[in-house]
Design a protein around this ligand. Structure first.
Ligand SMILES: CC(=O)N[C@H]1[C@@H](OP(=O)(O)OP(=O)(O)OC[C@H]2O[C@@H](n3ccc(=O)[nH]c3=O)[C@H](O)[C@@H]2O)O[C@H](CO)[C@@H](O)[C@@H]1O
Ligand SMILES: C=C(OP(=O)(O)O)C(=O)O
Length: 435
């Protein structure tokens, strides 16, 4: 994949992965073989932010080569963290943090940059972070993060596009989240680990990445109980120490490759997976008529390229993940009958629909529902990735479509899929990257 070389005012510039770069896929081929899933993007990003909580050295093993990881590394480096790298290992030392501000130039490139607020506030009592704003999938407010920080005693000021937070000392509190937000749960958890007294997060998010972050923090010396349930209790400690850690495998990358097997009617072994994290995706693939065999850390799929119609409703974990909605919709566009997909997590996560329609899919959107009338075949076409998972969905559609599909704006996909061209090619897919 492309190497990060710098920023311009609108987009990330990568050699081999810039805005003008696209994927070209020749569809209609059967795939076979095995594919190894990388460490989870959505687990490694908060863990990198959490390394700011200690002056000790943290070693994060097997970090995936992703553009979002490059941005988070840039963010923590801009605060004064030293971030060395030995192959896939990051060695981070945050002993000499000398800035408490994450600027617009970085935060607007990746919303998860906002996750440095909790750690900065916890350790230094101050942080000034650009407001992330909306993106292609929704308006994505940060009110729940701020509600949590306020409850812990931080003073919050909003102005000129920035959130400024300060506190002499954070004090433990009970915080009820109106929605189990993943980011708010992570940010509040990171703020609370060094607060005085006990914090309770009610209606907390239960995603596996929350448990992984809690495991990381507990290994550093934090006292967190209940991560993975909707009540998380955090007993504040005085300080945390540096540790070595490897995050969980990426359940969304794994799910995407399972759909690659499903949509092409192929037999694929997906390795380095925790299948308990993929229960809702596996359940829907079985309903579609795929055969799934779960082994210890592997899943074998024998796909069904003409799936049974199924209905899907995205929900917070353990419900069906919104991050797999677009990929499943690409698959269901080939179903025999009519399927329905309801998106409850983000209000605008159907941007892939118009692009799938350009490939022959028959989909109608009504509010938060999409009604998919299965077609016999998709046909290759030039299409545009509007966000990360929309891009993945279009690649999957391209694998099944007759003829050639060009997926423009590959940089969206490079945010979250490590070596996607190499991985799919190793299964026999005809996919390449072109400028
Ligand atoms: C880096 C990362 O881990 N990203 C994931 C994380 O995003 P992220 O953490 O941004 O997602 P949230 O769980 O916070 O968002 C879920 C919903 O809550 C709303 N909300 C969130 C915060 C807030 O303060 N107020 C509010 O209203 C959002 O607008 C959205 O409608 O979880 C999402 C939901 O599983 C995934 O799709 C993203 O891939
Ligand atoms: C929506 C996603 O990421 P982010 O929250 O960083 O936009 C995603 O990973 O699908």
């Amino acid at each position: 994949m492309g190497r990060y070389t710098g920023f311009d005012s609108r987009i990330l510039i990568f050699s081999g992965g810039n805005k003008l770069s696209k994927f070209i896929i020749e569809g209609g081929r059967k795939l076979s073989g095995k594919i190894k899933v990388s460490s989870a993007k959505n687990a490694v990003l908060p863990v990198l932010a959490a390394t700011l909580l200690t002056s000790g050295e943290c070693v994060i093993e097997d970090v995936p080569e992703l553009e979002d990881v490059n941005v988070m590394r840039e963010v923590i480096a801009s605060l004064g963290a030293k971030c060395g790298q030995r192959e896939r290992k990051f060695i981070i030392n945050s002993a000499h943090i000398n800035s408490f501000e994450a600027p617009y130039e970085l935060v607007r490139k990746m919303r998860a940059s906002f996750l440095v607020m909790g750690p900065l506030l916890a350790r230094f009592g101050k942080a000034k972070i650009s407001m992330p704003g909306g993106c292609a999938i929704g308006s994505r407010p940060i009110d729940l993060h701020l509600k949590g920080f306020s409850a812990l005693g931080a003073k919050i000021n909003l102005g000129h596009g920035y959130v400024e937070a300060s506190a002499e000392k954070l004090m433990g509190a009970t915080i009820y989240l109106d929605f189990p937000s993943v980011g708010a749960t992570e940010n509040i958890m990171m703020a609370a680990v060094l607060a005085q007294g006990q914090t309770i997060i009610e209606n907390a998010a239960k995603e596996p990445e929350i448990i992984d972050l809690a495991n990381f923090l507990n290994s550093m010396g934090a006292k967190i109980r209940g991560a993975g349930t909707d009540i998380i209790k955090i007993e504040g400690v005085k300080e945390l120490s540096g540790i070595s850690y490897t995050v969980i495998p990426d359940r969304i990358e794994a799910g995407t490759y399972l759909v690659a097997g499903a949509i092409t009617g192929s037999e694929i072994l997906v390795e380095n997976v925790l299948s308990e994290h993929l229960k809702p995706v596996i359940a829907k693939l079985i309903e579609c008529g795929c055969q799934i065999f779960e082994e210890e850390d592997k899943i074998l799929i024998i796909g069904n390229s003409n799936p049974n119609p199924v209905d899907i409703k995205t929900m917070p974990y353990p419900g069906f993940p919104t991050d797999m909605q677009a990929q499943m919709m690409a698959y269901l566009s080939l179903c025999k009958g009519t399927s329905m997909v309801i998106e409850t997590v983000f209000e605008n996560r159907f941007m892939h629909v118009e692009e799938l329609k350009r490939m022959g899919a028959r989909i109608k959107i009504e509010g938060r529902s999409a009604v998919i009338e299965g077609v016999e075949k998709l046909t290759g076409a030039p299409v545009k990735a509007t966000d990360l998972r929309a891009g993945a969905a279009l690649i999957l559609a391209g694998l099944a479509a007759q003829g050639v599909t060009e997926v423009l704006n590959s940089y969206h996909v490079d945010r979250g899929y490590e070596n996607i061209v190499e991985k799919l090619s190793s299964l026999g897919a005809k996919i390449e990257r072109a400028e």
